[in-house]
Design a protein around this ligand. Structure first.
Ligand code: NAD
Length: 252
């Protein structure tokens, strides 16, 4: 795959046992990066760190709440103390909620935006100075097919809106930092084979599959592979872009 030796990567939300973030962390580590496993969930962090170390990789676990500037700044300080650089940031931490706009409260909207967009802003802002000094950086953020086609199976309109905001924010930032050797890109996964997918009743699952030309949900490895490319040296002329990874369920 891609050469990430000597790179230092932060992956937010990488403490979810069956989540996409853990696979991203493992994939980057297997390609040589030292990976910062950052999450709210301390047990989950340890599991991911163990998995990386068992695979012969380098990992540092850090408890992180992306919605707190204090917590984000403390994480960045710790990473710089440990490794002295930050090459890759994967903004993966995200939350969702199935609720109609009619029933949605302002608190629901705020909670989702706080993690998916404002938390992503805090993490991104916190690594920029270091990446600019290095004249190298790769920022990859998780959007979603639901941002582009207006919803999917699980999220509400607040989720779609927050993931659409991630696309606009990333494109704007891509212009701002292009001369600093920093690229900013997104991936927009469709349905992925995580716990939520497995919890769907068979009938609902069959209906969802009927709308996916590939006839199946994506695997976390298929999301991580695209992220590893966008995190690599080889993707240096790609910025402000988003990669749809959805088995054909949405095509621009
Ligand atoms: P997940 O729920 O399995 O994992 C998310 C992780 O984020 C959890 O470990 C959680 O502890 C962490 N997290 C939540 N709030 C946090 C906070 N405030 N600070 C730090 N960490 C926090 O989710 P997933 O299904 O693996 O999704 C990962 C990303 O991919 C999300 O951004 C999601 O919106 C996006 N996505 C997922 C799918 C899918 O089908 N699963 C599809 C499209 C996009």
């Amino acid at each position: 795959m891609f050469q990430l030796n000597d790179r230092v990567a932060i992956v937010t939300g990488s403490g979810s046992k069956k989540g996409i973030g853990r696979t991203i962390a493992l994939t980057l580590a297997k390609q040589g990066a030292a990976v910062v496993v950052a999450d709210l969930n301390a047990d989950g962090i340890q599991d991911t760190v163990n998995a990386i170390q068992e695979a012969g990789g380098k990992a540092l676990g850090v408890e992180l709440n992306v919605t707190s500037k204090e917590s984000v700044d403390a994480m960045v300080e710790k990473v710089l103390e440990e490794y002295g650089r930050i090459d890759i940031l994967v903004n993966n931490a995200g939350i969702s909620q199935k609720v109609t706009v009619q029933d949605m409260t302002l608190e629901d909207m705020t909670r989702v935006f706080n993690v998916n967009m404002f938390g992503l802003f805090l993490c991104t802002q916190a690594v920029l100075e270091t990446m600019k000094k290095q004249k190298f950086g790769r920022i990859v953020s998780l959007s979603s097919v639901s941002a582009k086609r207006g919803g999917g199976v699980f999220g509400g309109a607040h989720y779609s809106a927050s993931k659409a905001a991630v696309l606009g924010f990333s494109k704007n930032l891509a212009r701002e930092v292009a001369l600093n050797g920093i690229t900013v890109n997104c991936v927009a996964p469709g349905l992925v084979n995580t716990d939520i997918w497995k919890s769907l009743p068979e009938e609902v699952a069959n209906n969802v599959i009927a709308g996916i030309p590939a006839g199946r949900p994506g695997e976390t490895e298929e999301i991580a592979a695209a992220i590893a490319f966008l995190a690599s040296e080889e993707s240096s002329y790609i910025t402000g872009e988003e990669i749809d990874i959805n088995g054909g369920s949405h095509m621009d």
